[in-house]
Write a protein that binds this ligand. Structure first.
Ligand SMILES: O=C(CO)[C@@H](O)[C@H](O)COP(=O)(O)O
Ligand SMILES: [Fe+2]
Length: 220
């Protein structure tokens, strides 16, 4: 089954617990942590994430767009995030970091910006549970899906097949009813959708619709 992770970035952030309840039929809530250094935007940090975890509504998929994840990311795993994704462009010792995140009980993802080549993460893949291909420049919700990322997703899927690695491919940015089929066909199986889900009248219906479009292509 394709996994749908709605991003709460463009939700009603004054009522995050209520917004998680709206999307609780999804597989996890994608929580974008931005520090105004790695990206030119600021969201929330550990206290907000901890408080969402305490509500125990659904698994939390933390997407850390922060500088120095080697220092800050383990606390998100210790807090109980289901998965913690850091960016390869920001990490100093990604394999050690992955080990520390696993030790703290989280699944681990490594993300790449649109301009970062796959070669930057190729050697890290055996240590990961998920690779995140950004399909927008990280920092903001509501941007258009960058179609030129499709060959990158396809190459990553081929690489995983060649190396017999069973890790997830997450796509994030501009995922909607109009773009999810292409991403799924190229090889992605975890889909982050922010504005598509929170901009819909019925979030649960949108989640179901996205799943239904992606499932026939599923690399599950
Ligand atoms: O990480 C990010 C942006 O940096 C994403 O998670 C976006 O928040 C997804 O939002 P949409 O593009 O689906 O509106
Ligand atoms: Fe994200």
């Amino acid at each position: 089954m394709s996994l749908i992770h709605p991003s709460i970035l463009n939700s009603d952030t004054a009522d995050l617990a209520g917004e998680l309840t709206r999307i609780s039929s999804a597989d996890a809530a994608h929580v974008d942590v931005m520090d105004n250094h790695f990206v030119p935007n600021l969201t929330w940090g550990l206290p907000v994430v901890e408080s969402l975890i305490r509500r125990n509504i659904m698994p939390i998929d933390a997407h850390l767009m922060i500088a120095d994840p080697d220092r800050w990311a383990p606390a998100y795993a210790e807090a109980g995030c289901d998965s913690v994704t850091f960016h390869v462009e920001a990490a100093r010792a990604p394999v050690v970091l992955a080990h520390n995140l696993h030790k703290a009980g989280a699944r681990v993802g490594v993300g790449v910006r649109p301009g970062t080549p796959l070669s930057a993460i190729e050697e890290l893949l055996p240590y990961m549970d998920m690779a995140l291909i950004m399909t927008v420049e990280p920092g903001f919700g509501g941007q258009a899906f960058i179609e030129s990322m499709l060959p990158k997703i396809r190459r990553l899927r081929a690489l995983l097949n060649e190396q017999n690695l069973d890790i997830q491919i997450q796509v994030d940015g501009g995922v909607s009813r109009h773009t999810i089929a292409q991403a799924a066909e190229a090889g992605a199986n975890v889909f982050v959708a922010g504005s598509a889900v929170f901009g819909a009248e019925d979030a649960a219906e949108e989640i179901a619709a996205l799943r239904k479009i992606a499932d026939p292509f599923c690399h599950c």
